[in-house]
Design a protein around this ligand. Structure first.
Ligand code: F6P
Length: 489
């Protein structure tokens, strides 16, 4: 069956029925900000909100999230709710307010200094701080109280997102046993040896096991989670059913590879507006005719392999100097989590590395790398994908990665090569990509050369294959399959 919006709609009606549908996540899908005295909104770049917004447009429930924008308070009603998308409202966004200490301890602290590096097993050690943990619990309780207030005595399904809210299901069920809760983790689950160092591991695992359904991107993360339980908890594991029973409560554990709204993105990419925007971007970036354009779009995060990408490009220009002046790499980098020293340091290191590589290879008329940090609208992002001859997605570790799937969805012209890190969840589905190991500079450089020299028919063949996968496994299928599992509960 091919999943579409209307198919998902039917599934929701059948499965959710008269229950309220509530999504809970840290990040909100629309952020209202002041710009030159006026209120505007921006769409954050993270994978979770990109994937869930199209689903909520269909589901019409309430999305509960932390209100982080400078003008967020100005646009809500007395219940702290605002209808979104702002230009054509389809669902409610209920905002939760955090004070500076809460934001610092819960978001910057426990979520992003402890859990994020712990789960990505990446290259900056997790740091577990008692005060951060205390705020993590306070904010999880804040979300629980808000949701209980929305639900009152109605029936509801609460769909929890991401690693910021791993205690939420337990807190909800303690107050209301009839709630149906599911949690989708948008980041990898590490192996038991990595996870066991976490001082708060039992409370986190108990929090997650209060859910009726627990989802990860890929089977490997489910297996890691079950192995973690085997090591840490007195839980009964049912291999046949892929479920775990703890304290008399059963949780189904399933893999659901998340995706993008293929149809919408593909259609948007075809519009006249995008053609105009492509022209503007080419002008802004001074792209000369005949230049081979490569793009990258990432949050500036140490898991995204940005340093390794620039080093790979450096090696490429060293090894194949015949391409100097003929290739341009445009990296769009979204500043992220800047109050965490590792992120600040990474940003500084990247700036100086790009400068160094540009200095080393540039000529009077040509710079090899453009590092763009300004905010780009959705239109501009699509146009950026479309002006690219290749897209380089090279994280060191990524649960899924939706940049590569978005790139594929925009390429109705069947042109464009995807260079993809073998360490992304997406690599398991996207066989038509050209794979790179971001740590292997020599091969990274060779892969770039191969992408440039790939004949048009081969590019088309690869892109056709990639598009067939993303078209079939779209975001509606992800949500539909997730919700269908609820029938088993
Ligand atoms: O995959 C989605 C994701 O990586 C989340 O896990 C994360 O919350 C988000 O993108 C981006 O991070 P932030 O919300 O901290 O900007």
């Amino acid at each position: 069956m091919h999943w579409t919006k209307s198919q998902l709609n039917k599934t929701i009606k059948k499965i959710i029925g008269n229950r309220l549908l509530i999504i809970a996540s840290n990040r909100e899908p629309y952020i209202h900000v002041y710009k030159e005295g006026k209120i505007e909104y921006i769409r954050p770049v993270g994978g979770a909100v990109t994937a869930l917004d199209p689903i909520m447009r269909v589901c019409k429930g309430t999305w509960v999230a932390y209100g982080s924008g400078s003008a967020d308070r100005e646009v809500v009603n007395k219940n702290n709710e605002v209808e979104v998308p702002p230009e054509a409202p389809k669902y409610k966004l209920r905002r939760i307010w955090l004070n500076k200490d809460e934001e610092n301890g819960y978001y910057y602290g426990y979520s992003n200094k402890a859990i994020w590096p712990l789960c990505h097993m990446a290259y900056t050690g997790p740091s577990f701080d008692e005060v951060d943990w205390a705020y993590y619990k306070i904010v999880n309780r804040k979300f629980a109280n808000t949701i209980l207030d929305i639900v009152k005595d109605k029936k509801a399904f609460v769909w929890i997102q991401d690693y910021h809210l791993m205690l939420l299901s337990k807190l909800l069920k303690e107050k209301n046993k009839n709630l149906l809760t599911a949690h989708f983790l948008h980041i990898p689950w590490p192996n038991p040896e990595a996870f066991r160092i976490c001082p708060q591991k039992i409370e986190i695992l108990e929090g997650l096991l209060a859910n009726d359904l627990l989802g990860f991107h890929i089977r490997y993360h489910c297996n890691n989670f079950v192995e973690t339980l085997r090591l840490e908890m007195e839980a009964r594991i049912d291999k046949e059913k892929n479920s775990v029973t703890y304290g008399g409560h059963e949780t189904l554990i399933r893999a659901f590879p998340i995706s993008v709204d293929f149809e919408e993105t593909s259609k948007a990419a075809d519009s006249k507006e995008i053609k105009n925007t492509m022209r503007k971007l080419r002008e802004e970036f001074a792209v000369k005719d005949g230049t081979f354009v490569m793009v990258g779009l990432d949050r500036i995060d140490y898991t995204k392999g940005l340093i390794e990408k620039i080093q790979g490009l450096d090696r490429f220009f060293e090894k194949f100097p015949q391409y100097k002046g003929r290739v341009l790499f445009i990296q769009k980098g979204g500043l992220s989590r800047m109050h965490i020293p590792e992120y600040k340091a990474l940003n500084e290191r990247l700036n100086s590395l790009v400068e160094e590589v540009n200095w080393k290879h540039s000529t009077e008329k040509w710079l090899p790398i453009l590092f763009i940090k300004r905010h780009m609208s959705r239109k501009e992002v699509i146009a950026l994908y479309k002006i690219a001859d290749a897209c380089i997605v090279s994280p060191l570790h990524d649960g899924m990665n939706l940049v590569c799937k978005e790139f594929i969805a925009t390429r109705n012209d069947l042109d464009g090569v995807l260079l993809l890190s073998q360490f992304t969840g997406a690599a398991r589905e996207l066989g038509g990509a050209m794979f790179v190991n971001p740590y292997d500079r020599e091969n990274f450089a060779k892969a770039i050369k191969k992408a440039i020299e790939l004949p048009r028919e081969k590019k088309e063949k690869r892109m056709k294959r990639l598009r067939a996968v993303v078209k079939e496994n779209n975001i509606y299928k992800w949500a539909g399959k997730f919700l269908e599992e609820l029938k088993k509960i």
